[in-house]
Structures are given as structure tokens and as C-alpha cells.
Design a protein around this ligand. Structure first.
Ligand SMILES: [Ca+2]
Ligand SMILES: [Ca+2]
Length: 367
């Protein structure tokens, strides 16, 4: 048998006839093989490896644009088919319809896979062949028999490192780019969101409407907030957001896969400067010394929400005051009113107003 197996390939089948002198000779094996028996074997080679084997890597697709490759401690999302050497499939992420997501190179994977994934690009496809001593060993595991060689057909979907921040690449910068977006500004922009492999997720261009937010107010994921800073109207950028600054491990059901790196191509169309930090309303001119009396139009000594709201609206309309852009007027006015109505009885009295006014000078509050 030692001779007969030499030179065989996996899945090769041989009929082997062994004379007694190369088998169990004139003795035989008591109760099993009679003396001087010629043995016939039907041999099918399933699997083979050598203790000197390394992880074998065969790249069969490498994308042209590959600026970064998988390094130790990166978090990788990939699809795979796992087969034995004879081609039998034992596991597939494709069948589960979701990527396998894991850290690489730090012992979360079998040693052969930890090694085999290193240096891969997003979109790259490789066949990684792993001998059992770098996989599940002599014992095997679950569906993996002992001493099995494993063959993984890998497709890297994306990867990032937990230490990654947002990456911003300017695609177009207008010659006059002096007014830069900052916290509190109201922005109108177009975006095209995709995954690293190019899969389109969402685009405002398809809807034909800009996306509008107040920068720094938590209306978009942190990475997007970072990506929209210091931008001028007309500027175009590509912003790449790692999942910890995007939609995290869980993603968004049916929209963004868990742990996905997002690519946003954005164009800023409009910028309305926000108010200083913490303000929802500011005066453009001097504040009237008889503010309370002015607001209290019917002169009954108390200001109701309606009076208050009308007054603020009038100030904005006449250009005497300015509201924080991008917020609902009613919401701002209700908040301002609640700030002045110290005892919460739904009306502001002159005393409440005065107290609040003095406090404001110290706390930079509204009005
Ligand atoms: Ca009144
Ligand atoms: Ca009150």
C-alpha cells in the first residue's frame, strides 16, 4: 500500500492488487486475512497534506485599485465557500446570505485563515488552502473531520481598522472657498452612498431633493458630521466612514449591512450660517429696553405663548432678530417660551422675565 498510494491525486481512484509478500505474507492476520492472501483494494484518495506544508494562497482576482490591504488587527467582512480537498462543500457564507465578519491576525480565526487573509484588497478573490495543523487539527470540529485539509474560496467585501477615522478626499474645490461649514450651520447637500465594493445604497440624486441638516446636531451619523465640516458651497468630496463612526455592528435592517464601511460622495449646495453655539435666536440690533412691554401687546402684564410667538416672528420678518437655521420655528419658540416661563404655568410675568433676563447675561441664554 505504501507503494500504491504514491503519485495519487485527490479524487483519484485506483484498484490495487497486492501480493502476499507485500501484504501479510504467509502468516496472514488471525481471523481476518488468511495466509498467503492476495489483497485487492479499491482506493479513493480524499485528502493529503505534508507536515511541511504552509498555507497556500492562490489569488484569482485582484482589483486594479487597491490602495490598502488587510493588516493584522483589521476587521474584515468576507464571503467564503469552505470545501475539503475533494470538493465537498462543508460551509458557505453565500448560503447564509451574509458575510463573515471578524478581526484578522489576532487569533479569532484558525491560524491558517489569520495568515491567509493578510494582504488582501477589497474585492480580491483568493483560494486559501490550509493544512490541518493550521486548521482544526487531528480532532476536527463539528462538520470538519480530523486531519482535514480545508480549502476556502474567499471574497473580501470590505475591511477597516477600529483605529480608523473618517477619510476625506476632495474631488472638487471652488476657487472661492472661504466660507467653511461649521457646527450649527444649516447645510443642503447631495449625496451618493455606497459600500466599498461599489454597491449603491442610497442617493439623493435619485429622489431629486437635497438632504438638509444642521451640522453637529446629531441628525446624521458621526462620521458624516465629521465629513461635512470645513466644506464650502460647491465643494465635492468623497467621505469614507468606518462602521464605528457610521451604523456600527448592527447596520440598518434591510439597508446597511452590519460593520459596513460606507462611501459617501457629497456635494454641498447651500450653506446657511448658524448662530453661535447654544443660541436658537439672536438679535441683529440692540435689544429694546422695554422688551417685556413690547411682547405683551395687550398690556395685561402677562405674555402667553401666542403673543410670544407672534413677537419673535415679527422680529425675524423685520430682520431685527435671527433664528437658528434648520430647526422648526414652533419648536424653537416653545423652547424659548419654556425657558422664560420659570414656574411653567403657561404665561410669562414681568418678574419672571426680568430674572431670566439678568441670568441670561451670565449664561448666554436666549433673549
Ligand atoms: Ca399679554
Ligand atoms: Ca410663568
Amino acid at each position: 500500500m505504501d507503494k500504491a498510494l504514491l503519485g495519487m491525486c485527490v479524487n483519484e481512484r485506483r484498484f490495487v492488487k497486492i501480493p502476499p509478500k507485500l501484504a501479510y505474507g504467509s502468516e496472514g492476520v488471525s481471523g481476518v486475512i488468511p495466509p498467503n492472501a492476495v489483497l485487492h483494494f479499491d482506493v479513493l484518495l480524499i485528502d493529503l497534506w505534508n507536515s511541511e506544508d504552509e498555507v497556500q494562497i492562490q489569488t484569482y482576482f485582484k482589483p486594479e485599485n487597491c490602495t490598502r490591504t488587510v493588516q493584522v488587527s483589521d476587521f474584515v467582512r468576507y464571503h467564503y465557500n469552505g470545501t475539503f480537498l475533494d470538493g465537498t462543500l462543508f460551509d458557505s457564507s453565500h448560503n447564509r446570505m451574509r458575510t463573515y465578519d471578524t478581526y484578522v491576525g489576532i487569533g479569532w480565526l484558525i491560524p491558517g485563515m489569520d495568515k491567509g487573509l493578510l494582504g488582501m484588497c477589497v474585492g480580491e478573490k483568493r483560494i486559501i488552502t490550509i493544512p490541518p495543523f493550521l486548521a482544526y487539527g487531528e480532532e476536527g470540529d463539528g462538520k470538519i473531520p480530523g486531519s482535514a485539509v480545508l480549502v476556502f474560496d474567499i471574497h473580501v467585501i470590505d475591511f477597516h481598522n477600529p483605529s480608523d477615522s473618517v477619510s476625506i478626499t476632495t474631488r472638487y474645490k471652488p476657487t472661492n472657498c472661504t466660507v467653511l461649514s461649521k457646527r450649527g450651520d444649516y447645510l443642503k447637500y447631495h449625496y451618493n452612498a455606497s459600500l466599498l465594493d461599489g454597491t449603491l445604497l442610497d442617493s439623493t440624486l435619485n429622489i431629486g431633493k437635497t438632504y438638509n441638516i444642521v451640522l453637529g446636531s446629531g441628525q446624521v451619523v458621526l462620521g458624516m458630521d465629521m465629513g461635512l465640516r470645513d466644506m464650502c458651497v460647491g465643494e465635492r468630496r468623497r467621505v469614507v466612514i468606518p462602521p464605528h463612526l457610521g451604523y456600527g455592528e448592527h447596520g440598518v435592517e434591510g439597508e446597511v449591512p452590519g460593520s459596513a464601511v460606507l462611501v459617501f460622495d457629497i456635494e454641498l449646495l447651500e450653506l446657511v450660517s448658524g448662530l453661535p453655539e447654544g443660541y436658537m435666536f439672536i438679535w441683529n440690533d440692540e435689544v429694546s429696553p422695554n422688551l417685556f412691554e413690547e411682547i405683551d401687546q395687550d398690556n395685561n402684564g402677562e405674555v402667553l405663548l401666542e403673543e410670544f410667538s407672534e413677537y419673535i416672528q415679527a422680529q425675524v420678518n423685520s430682520g431685527k432678530g435671527k433664528l437658528a437655521p434648520g430647526f422648526d420655528f414652533e419648536m424653537i419658540v416653545k423652547n424659548m417660551f419654556a425657558n422664560q416661563d420659570r414656574n411653567g404655568d403657561g404665561k410669562i410675568l414681568a418678574d419672571e422675565f426680568k430674572l431670566k433676563d439678568q441670568e441670561s447675561r451670565e449664561e448666554h441664554d436666549e433673549l
